[in-house]
Design a protein around this ligand. Sequence first.
Ligand code: AMP
Length: 160
Amino acid sequence: VKPENGCTWPPAMSADSVATWEGAERIIQTALDTFGRIDCVVNNAAVLRDTIFHKIIARQIPANIVYEDEHLIAFRDISPQAPVHVLFVPKVTIPTLNDVQPGQAEIVGRLVIAAADYAKTQGFAEDGYRIVMNCNDHGGQTVFQIHLHLLAGAPLGRFG
Ligand code: AMP
């Protein structure tokens, strides 16, 4: 659990203090009523791990969405690094690649297949593209909900 990647409810209380506050059931119900969901429960505190991508999924902030299904959403990167730069994000909360569980292989696989499908439907599959997933500090990850970058639209130069 990485509370620094999200927040506990009620705000400004540590998970430990919440446990002795009013009773876990009421706290969790309040969080559910307020936010519509909780991501996990730690020491009887409801923990929400909202990132900017969760807010895009929930339509709380706008994005240029190019694809969505029940499992994932894809939208244009706000700061494109290539003529085509689309992010593919699962709807299940997974902060980093280190948090992917063995039973979640399909979630990651769906991101890859959705990106390849997008490349085919947009007509640049044959020319080619690059997919990138960053993890933590050294990987340059800045949003702590896993996502796959699809970069295309021009020769991207050698990498790796
Ligand atoms: P990473 O550095 O791998 O975590 O990638 C995060 C990406 O999200 C960066 O390329 C950002 O430009 C992009 N990004 C951040 N905020 C938004 C947003 N509101 N809409 C679209 N893309 C965003």
